[in-house]
Design a protein around this ligand. Structure first.
Ligand code: CFM
Length: 556
């Protein structure tokens, strides 16, 4: 049966749901769909994970401290909470930095108030105050940022008052985030909280713009594996200046002047669309969605930026760079395409890359049979057009929506309404993201917040040649004989953005798909004697498809 067949897609979904209790199956059914690119169906997204399904998701603290603000290298980040939360935020995300000589970099440190039982019972504000003072005395940073973890919210420490008090006392910028892990259904809530905090406490503090003819910010790019460096180098070649990348390899001072640029470009819509919107309302900076993952996508994004500036000089330069880069890439792309064309990939990651990385697979003729996000919202799947129809539930109501007004002095639209209309008429879309589903083929599988069980079923029924995922399922997938590429950390690889990054990724896929090692992988459960003392099962009797032995495999 062809893999784009509707019956097969629905049968796969039914098979995935079969193992669940009725109520769980009913809830999960809203999050598993056979895709229709012409009319993306409503997907259940950004809702609570069903306990026990083994989610890939992270917590709100991870989204705030770990994802959006953590990469700002010269802010001193202090986790207010038990030591485990601080420890697990220590250098675990590969957001690389290369500060200019003489600049400070605190990213190698993990600072925590090391909250103990005593603070849980009697309150932790005193210890937080001491920690901020101690950190200041040792490091003298430009800014200190405080992050609340779950117990802080439960006992009610007022971290914001401590921040205000210490800001006044020390004379540096000190601000706090109520980003307790439980605050939202995933790390996505942490992104929103972080966006609000960056906007309130940093954006707008320095009005001196960089001197550049084409001056932009790159929002939602975190320099994992050096991705932001790759994009920056490419933009520089074209003559486009980046004031700040939020928040890959970026300094506090750069963030303070992000409101001075001509244009905001948004890479990861999920984590930072709030900031793009707020900057447009307050300062008049328009934003466009870009994607520098994939050669075709990169070329398209460069052309979009050039179109905004309406400069022949820039357009010509961009075309020249695209032609040069594409020519260098072509032999690699052709060689890899010849070897990988038609191979099947599945992607389950985050709130952005499950979509953007499909462009790289398309470049080399690979087929994406299934994809899903961990924590994205409906607009990331179905497109921003659905925003007004998304129901605000109790969980999203938990997160503050800032009321933003045009700045009385600094609001300055970068283009006149007539210019904007002309640009739109010419095909440039602003404030728009069409979502993942419209770019996926009909009847491919779309699965939100996938569980381990569903991944196992996908492998069993649809036999993808490679899965892109994260650390929580990588080794389960590989023990089943399927190569797994981590798309969060890149498994020590990368960069994968721009043209050079695309070449890296194509070659990595080629290596992973063609190494012979996968043939030798025999899952442990296919050979090992069962643990159950009263039953035996031989390798011969084991199921043909590799999966853990279940109760109903065993004799009565
Ligand atoms: Fe955006 Fe990201 Fe992602 Fe993300 Fe993340 Fe990430 Fe990600 Mo891991 S900001 S949504 S919260 S592109 S850390 S750099 S890889 S899950 S797909």
């Amino acid at each position: 049966m062809a893999c784009d067949d509707e019956t097969e897609a629905k049968a796969t979904i039914a098979e995935m749901l079969k193992a669940y209790p009725t109520k769980t199956a009913r809830k999960r059914a809203k999050q598993l769909l056979a895709n229709d690119p012409e009319a993306p169906a409503e997907i259940g997204a950004n809702t609570r994970t069903i306990p026990g399904i083994l989610t890939q998701r992270g917590c709100t603290y991870a989204g705030c401290r770990g994802v959006v603000i953590g990469p700002i290298y010269d802010i001193l980040h202090i986790t207010h909470g038990p030591i485990g939360c601080g420890f697990y935020a220590w250098a675990t995300r590969r957001n690389l930095v290369r500060p200019p000589a003489g600049e400070t970099n605190y990213l190698q440190y993990a600072m925590s108030t090391d909250m103990l039982e005593e603070q849980i019972i009697f309150g932790g504000e005193k210890k937080l105050r001491q920690a901020v003072q101690e950190a200041f005395d040792i490091f003298h940073p430009k800014a200190i940022s405080i992050y609340s973890t779950c117990p802080v919210g439960l006992i009610g420490d007022d971290v914001h008052s401590v921040a205000r008090e210490m800001k006044e006392k020390l004379g540096i910028n000190v601000f706090a985030f109520s980003c307790e892990g439980y605050k939202g259904v995933s790390q996505s809530a942490g992104h929103h909280i972080a966006n609000n905090g960056v906007f309130k406490h940093m954006v707008g503090l320095n009005d001196t713009a960089d001197v550049a003819e084409f001056n932009i910010n790159l929002l939602g790019e975190y320099n994992i594996g050096g991705d932001a460096w790759e994009i920056d180098a490419l933009l520089r070649k074209c003559g486009i200046h980046v004031t700040a990348t939020l928040s890959g390899d970026v300094s506090y001072d750069q963030v303070c002047k992000v409101h001075t640029v001509h244009l905001n470009t948004v890479m990861c819509h999920r984590s930072i669309n709030y900031m793009a919107e707020m900057m447009e309302k307050k300062y008049g900076i328009p934003w466009i969605k870009v994607n520098f993952v994939g050669a075709e996508a990169t070329a398209k994004s460069l052309r979009k930026i050039a179109a905004f500036f309406e400069s022949k000089k820039l357009t010509d330069r961009v075309e020249e760079v695209i032609a040069q880069e594409a020519a260098t890439l072509k032999p690699i792309k052709d060689a890899v395409t010849a070897r990988c064309k038609g191979k099947k990939a599945a992607l389950f990651v985050g709130g952005s890359r499950a979509h953007s990385y499909q462009c790289l697979f398309a470049d080399i003729g690979m087929e994406v049979i299934a994809a899903g996000y961990e924590f994205a919202h409906r607009d990331d799947y179905e497109g921003r057009a659905v925003l007004p129809t998304i129901k605000v539930d109790a969980d999203s109501r938990n997160i503050e929506e800032l009321t933003v007004e045009p700045d009385p002095l600094r609001f300055s639209p970068r283009k006149t309404p007539e210019q904007m209309e002309a640009l739109k008429a010419g095909g440039l879309s602003f404030k728009e993201y069409t979502g993942m589903m419209s770019d996926m083929k009909k009847n491919t599988l779309v699965i939100d917040d996938i569980s381990h069980h569903e991944i196992e079923k996908l492998i069993e029924l649809r036999k993808p040649d490679i899965i892109c995922s994260g650390i929580k399922d990588k080794f389960i997938i590989e023990k089943m004989g399927i190569p797994c590429k981590q798309l969060h950390s890149y498994d020590y690889g990368g960069p994968y953005t721009g043209f050079t990054g695309a070449a890296n990724f194509y070659q990595e896929m080629d290596r992973m798909l063609h190494t012979k090692i996968w043939k030798y992988v025999v899952p442990a459960w296919m050979n090992d004697a069962p643990v159950a003392p009263t039953h035996t099962i031989s390798a011969k009797a084991a199921p043909a498809v590799a999966r853990p032995v279940r109760d109903d495999d065993l004799p009565e």
